[in-house]
Design a protein around this ligand. Sequence first.
Ligand code: NAG
Ligand code: NAG
Ligand code: NAG
Length: 155
Amino acid sequence: MSMNVAQSLIVGKMIFLVLLASFLALPALALPSAAANQTNFAQTCRRAKLVDGYYLEAWCLDANGTHPFKNTLDLNFCVGIDYSTSVLQWMVYGKLANYCSHCSLEHDNPNHPVLDCACQTSGQKSGIFSTLKLDEGIYNNNGTLTCDGGIATIG
Ligand SMILES: *[C@@H]1O[C@H](CO)[C@@H](O)[C@H](O)[C@H]1NC(C)=O
Ligand SMILES: *[C@@H]1O[C@H](CO)[C@@H](O)[C@H](O)[C@H]1NC(C)=O
Ligand SMILES: *[C@@H]1O[C@H](CO)[C@@H](O)[C@H](O)[C@H]1NC(C)=O
């Protein structure tokens, strides 16, 4: 089958439009899921507090922004320390309870809650206080708090 110039121009135009459309559609498709679970959890969760030293408790809204769910996230699943400096860091199954004590939640900026703990490795005499910005590693995924390594229990 052969095409004349007008036909091939139309086909070329269609291919261009399809490419353009898929290019334009990409950001639109990517945004909703990113918005649903990459939000700063503090902006969509309320009454964040630390319980039993290592559990983050908060009431988080679903993607609709209507229903609040009570979340309890065990930070041992995603927070640990740098073993050479004893500084808090994000780590899958970091088990911070093995190294840290005196943990508290700073609320100086309510939209950016900060974890504050004294941590030490077995070789060190005393703990070193350091902080971790929780909104940089914890997400509200449609009402459920998640972090790399952990997911909250609801209720
Ligand atoms: C965000 O949601 C998508 C789709 O539901 C999922 O594949 C992805 O793992 C989630 N990311 C995080 C950080 O929860
Ligand atoms: C969220 O809104 C959608 C559409 O309005 C509805 O079908 C769904 O049940 C809502 N989910 C919750 C958890 O309220
Ligand atoms: C959020 O969860 C509800 C059930 O609690 C579900 O009906 C809805 O589809 C979910 N929304 C998204 C964006 O995942």
